[in-house]
Design a protein around this ligand. Sequence first.
Ligand SMILES: *Cc1c(COP(=O)(O)O)cnc(C)c1O
Length: 853
Amino acid sequence: MINLYDVLEAADGQLFGEAASQLFTDFCFDSRRAEPGQLFVAIKTNAGDGHDYMEDAVAHGVTGLLCNRPPRFSTENVTVIVTRDVERALIRWATLVLDKFGTSVIAVTGSTGKTTTKEAIATVLSSKYNVYKSPGSYNGRFGLPVALGKLRSEHQLAVLEFGIDQFGEMAELVKAARPMVAVVTNIGHAHLDRFGTIESVVSEKRVLVENIPENGIVILNDDDPYVRKMRSHTSASVMTVSVDTTGNRLGADMIAYNIVEGRSRTGFDLRFGEQRFIGKWTPLLGAHQLYAVLNAALLGACFDIPVETSLRLLTETTAMPGRMRPFKGVNDTLLIDDSYSASLESTIAALDWLESTKDSNEGRVFAVLGDIGGLGSSALQGYRIVGEKVAGIVDGLVTKGELTNELERSAQENGLSRTDIDITFSARDAAAAIKDRMEPGDIVLVKGSQGSRMERVVKELLADPDEAINLPRYEAVFDQVWLERPNRPTWLQIDMDAVANNVRQLKKIIGEDVALMAVVKANAYGHGAIPVSTTALLNGAEYLGVASINEAMELREAGIDAPILILGYTPGWAANLAIRYDVAVTLYDVTLARDFDRAAREMNARVKAHIKVDTGMSRLGVMPDDVTPFFRALARLENIDVEGIFTHFSVADEDSKFTLKQISTFNRVVKPLQGGGFDFKYIHAANSAGAIQFPEARFTMVRAGIAMHGLEPGQEPMLGDEFIPALTWKTTIAQVKELPEDSYVGYGNTYQTDRKEKIAIIPVGYADGFRRSPQTFGEVLVHGQRVPIVGRVSMDQTMISVDTIEDIKIGDEVVIIGQQGRERITVEEVAERMGTVNYEVVSTILPRVPRVK
Ligand SMILES: *Cc1c(COP(=O)(O)O)cnc(C)c1O
């Protein structure tokens, strides 16, 4: 319970209007998760400003608001507390209530295992004391006070996580909560991206140990060299724990040894001073989780709880969501959900468990791995280490995401066969890749960083779908939360699950018997050639189409081995590349064909070719009347294998009469060739529009590009609702200013204000593909409203007029393409404004705009 008067005192705050409620059930900082009776705290974080969401919070039933400026909407029935600094008010409130209730704080810090350790400690101490533990994994400068929202006066002890990701944060936490006990789990590579070096992580975390008073207790991990060294930095009593996997660790106060890692429990013997406890176990999986048990049992002993009692209590614990939590997987398998987060150390620890369990396991073992987080500049090295390790353990590996390419390569270098590795880019595909292979007795470990959302993979593999509530981040709000940020304030979000869905829809339309070529030229229309190709192939495509040899090479170098056709002109001098990279070329000219034949002969190889016929578009292709002589000439070229014949439609999206004429011309050319003994494996004509609208144009394969991305192939909509646009383009406000009347805006002074006008600058320009002329994108979305672009678009920056937007400020999200609130700007709309087609809009978004999932 949170008392209004405590908050007022801590906040040095003022009531704005009447106090409608004086007691609140808990704090809340995310309006989407607000519940009736709570006090909403308007906090500014990297992700946004809580003040923008106060109205939403009230709509969800909160009865109090803590903010630094009063809301403009009506706040009847809501208590509004205004303070200069909301964060500081929260921290001071924490100190105030801990003092008032006389609750002693036990602080748990470390790079991994904090939540599990906190839970174990609370389990043990609750046998003797009234213990408060923070729900979930709230920690940090702002999470810690929030975590105390349900503290009551009868709580004697509070077990809290002290997680940090900024310099100076630990000092603030310590000052606020004045802990009597510190438990340090380990120091690792988590947050290296924030702290730079391990040494800085160590010195930050050490602040906790340094501040434990003389009559307090510090529990350290003796196996971690960084943590062990903290012992000389405190005047409190220090106790140590050790998990002895090698049989020669002796120095610690409490040691687990004779460790047996099993499928359902971890067995161990334990030594505490002179005492021995033999044949103990915990349901927590993995030797690394034993530290939580030891920390809890040792701390229990400090509070006079017999070790035997603590160990018994700890056999009742269950794993936290996403931390080596076992589930029954489909087809009688053991599914291990370790998807909460992934640092280098925790990934290695999970694989260690898999390795030792493997020997006693009758089935096979698999790993499904997403990205590893927080590695900073040591990312490549980290992936290599994991790749090497995983190769020696698993019978199969599934990777999900861009960064895991390095992992896959190193796993392969270390002996895992390519056929045992599946590379995927969407959760569905990752799950599908492993699902078919799961047989009774197998173990499947799923792990990845928060941002890679691997719990979505776990969800697909559960034997009982109702268990999904026990996965981390299962609530819908996480679908809108930023878990990992792009490396620039202008970025594209590409939804690979949408691409997967669209490809399946296309396949459904064309049917089993017609092959699908995924056309991925121009970096898959700006969506990313490698992830789109991979995803398309996993969802029903069997061929890839590109425009030129270098695009084909890029796919091959990424390990894609599906057949590829270059749809455009490949010059004779590139024949050797086409052969070496095993790529089919388009031929339509006798001299060109001879060049290819010669190159193939010289390399003692063969060239795969598709012959292109021009049936009316007048782009590349043999004219219908020249087809017979062309094939006669081809027959003499022994090193060319003709695999297919095709044509291309010019108006499949608008003029059915002309398209039907093209189809009939194509038939007139192909039929006699077939009659004359030419056997084409692939006969193809239709693009997305043709494939959808002209069943008779599907032949044995269709070539689809635009529809895979959920974009319309023509002016008239032809994609059903089951197609989903995959691309969203976002940027952020870089500055807001009030311009006086008669001010000029942008290069060339082409815009002049005719009144006082509020202008914002967005960090996006024509060098991103945000076009300057003759027409600009016209409008963007801010706070869910359309606002116009004013003045000229520069290379990297653009001005927008934001007079209509209240409370707009630096960092606010701007949507260029996609949905914001109830408004949506479609690619089609932008294309229309610019006088072009959606194809051009998306394929000219330039590479410097980062693509994130
Ligand atoms: C680009 C292209 C396609 C794909 O067209 P969509 O309209 O994007 O489906 C098909 N065939 C050829 C020859 C192309 O150049």
